[in-house]
Design a protein around this ligand. Structure first.
Ligand SMILES: Cc1ncc(COP(=O)(O)O)c(C=O)c1O
Length: 387
C-alpha cells in the first residue's frame, strides 16, 4: 500500500504574506542575471551599525554562543530599560522586558499568552498582514476595522467602541508609525484610544517597530499611558538588523511568566549572538541617524516624483518608510500591475491586497528603505516605464 502523503492542517490555510512572495520572484530574476530594484520589502538598504558588527565579531571570537534565559540576556534587557529612560523618561522594571526572535516571534508569544482560541482581536485595515494571518493560524478571530482619510488612517475610540458594541473584543492592535500608511498617532489620540480600550476591558497592543522613524516629531509610546498595555518592538527597522532576528516586548506584569513559559517551549531563547550584538545598537545613534537622513531624502524624492508620473494619491507618510499609493490611473488590479512592473521595469513593489483585502487592489506600497542611489534608479525606471 502506498503511504498517503501528509495533509496540511486546516489552520495552516492562512494567506501568504504577499510581499515575501514578491521578494522571492525578484530574487528569481536576480538569479537569472537581472538587476532588480527592491522597493517591496521593508528592509533597510544599509548594513547593521559598525558597533553591532564588531560586537558580533567579539562574540564569535569568544565562541560561546549558547542559549540565554528565555526572556533574554539581562545586559540587553537593562539596556532596553535605559532606552525607555533616555527616550521617553520612563522607568520600566527590567522584569517586564522580554527579548524575542524579532517582533514576529514577540507577536506569536503575546497572542498565545494573552488570548484563547475564538477571542476577537481588532486590527486596522490597511495594516500589516502578518497580524491577521498569524492570528488566524492561532484560531483567533480577526476583526478588521477600515480606517480612512477622515482620521488620517488612524483608529479612533468611536470606531473601537462600535466594533466592540457589535460583538465584544478581547484585544486591539495598532501600529504607530503604521505600515503601510505611515500614519503617526498624536500622543493625545493614542492616549484617548487606550483609555477607551481600557474602559471596555480590551487589551491594548502597540506595535512600535517603526519608532525613531518619524519625519518631524517623535512617536509616543503606549507605555506613557498605561502599565497594562503590551508594547512590541524590534531591532529590525531603525537599527538595520532585519536578519539578526531580535526584538523585544514590554509586558504587563501578569503576562511576563506566561510569555516566559511559552518562549521556553517555543524557541528556548532569541539568538545569543544577535542579543550580544543588539546591545551595541543603542550606542550607534550617529550612524543610524545618518541612515535615517537617507530615508528622509528618499521620502522627499518619492513625494516629489510619484505624483509627476501618475501616483497622485497616497496615505500620510509621516513615519516608517513606505508610500502607499493609489494606482487607479493605471490599473484596477494592483497584483497584476506589480507583476508587470517587476517584469518590465525591474522594480519590485508590494500590491495593496497584502494590507487591505477589500480596497487594496487599487493600491501599491513602495518601500523607500533602500539606499539613495537605488531609490533614485527605481524612480528613473518607473518614469521610463510609464512614459
Ligand atoms: C508593522 C510591522 N510589525 C512587525 C514586523 C516584523 O518585523 P520583525 O519580525 O523583523 O521584527 C514588520 C516587518 O515588516 C512590520 O512592518
Amino acid at each position: 500500500m502506498t503511504p498517503k502523503p501528509p495533509r496540511p492542517s486546516r489552520r495552516s490555510a492562512v494567506e501568504p504574506f504577499i510581499v515575501m512572495d514578491v521578494m522571492r520572484a525578484a530574487i528569481d530574476r536576480e538569479h537569472a542575471g537581472e538587476r532588480v530594484i527592491h522597493m517591496e520589502v521593508g528592509q533597510p538598504g544599509a548594513p547593521a551599525p559598525q558597533a553591532v558588527v564588531a560586537a558580533a565579531h567579539a562574540a564569535l571570537a569568544d565562541g560561546r554562543i549558547g542559549y540565554t534565559e528565555a526572556l533574554g540576556l539581562r545586559r540587553l534587557r537593562s539596556r532596553i530599560v535605559l532606552y525607555y529612560a533616555d527616550e521617553h523618561d520612563l522607568e520600566i522594571p527590567i522584569e517586564r522586558i522580554a527579548v524575542t526572535t524579532g517582533s514576529s516571534a514577540g507577536f506569536n508569544l503575546v497572542f498565545l499568552a494573552a488570548f484563547d482560541a475564538g477571542d476577537r482581536i481588532a486590527v486596522t485595515t490597511p495594516g500589516y498582514p502578518a497580524y491577521r494571518n498569524l492570528m488566524s493560524a492561532l484560531g483567533l478571530e480577526v476583526v478588521e476595522i477600515e480606517v480612512n482619510a477622515e482620521t488620517r488612517y488612524a483608529l479612533t475610540p468611536a470606531m473601537l467602541q462600535q466594533a466592540h458594541g457589535e460583538k465584544p473584543l478581547k484585544g486591539v492592535l495598532i501600529a504607530s508609525p503604521a505600515n503601510p500608511s505611515g500614519t503617526v498617532m498624536a500622543p493625545e489620540a493614542l492616549a484617548a484610544l487606550m483609555e477607551a480600550a481600557e474602559a471596555l476591558g480590551i487589551l491594548f497592543i502597540s506595535d512600535e517597530i517603526y519608532h525613531r522613524l518619524v519625519y518631524g516629531g517623535t512617536a509616543a509610546t503606549a507605555l506613557q499611558f498605561s502599565d497594562n498595555a503590551i508594547v512590541v518592538n524590534s531591532f529590525s527597522k531603525y537599527y538595520c538588523m532585519t536578519g539578526w532576528r531580535v526584538g523585544w516586548a514590554v509586558l504587563p506584569e501578569t503576562l511576563v511568566r506566561p510569555v516566559e513559559r511559552i518562549a521556553q517551549n517555543l524557541y528556548i531563547s532569541a539568538p545569543d549572538i544577535s542579543q550580544k550584538a543588539a546591545m551595541a545598537a543603542f550606542d550607534a545613534t550617529d550612524e543610524l541617524e545618518s541612515v535615517k537622513a537617507g530615508y528622509a531624502a528618499n521620502r522627499r524624492l518619492l513625494l516629489d516624483r510619484l505624483p509627476a508620473i501618475g501616483f497622485e494619491e497616497f496615505l500620510p507618510v509621516d513615519g516608517a518608510f513606505y508610500v502607499y499609493a493609489a494606482v487607479n490611473r493605471f490599473s484596477n488590479d494592483s497584483v497584476d500591475f506589480c507583476r508587470q512592473m517587476l517584469a518590465e521595469a525591474g522594480v519590485a513593489t508590494t500590491p495593496g491586497p497584502d494590507f487591505d483585502r477589500a480596497r487594496g487592489h487599487g493600491f501599491v506600497r513602495f518601500s523607500f528603505a533602500g539606499t539613495e542611489p537605488d531609490m533614485a534608479e527605481g524612480m528613473e525606471r518607473l518614469t521610463a516605464w510609464l512614459r
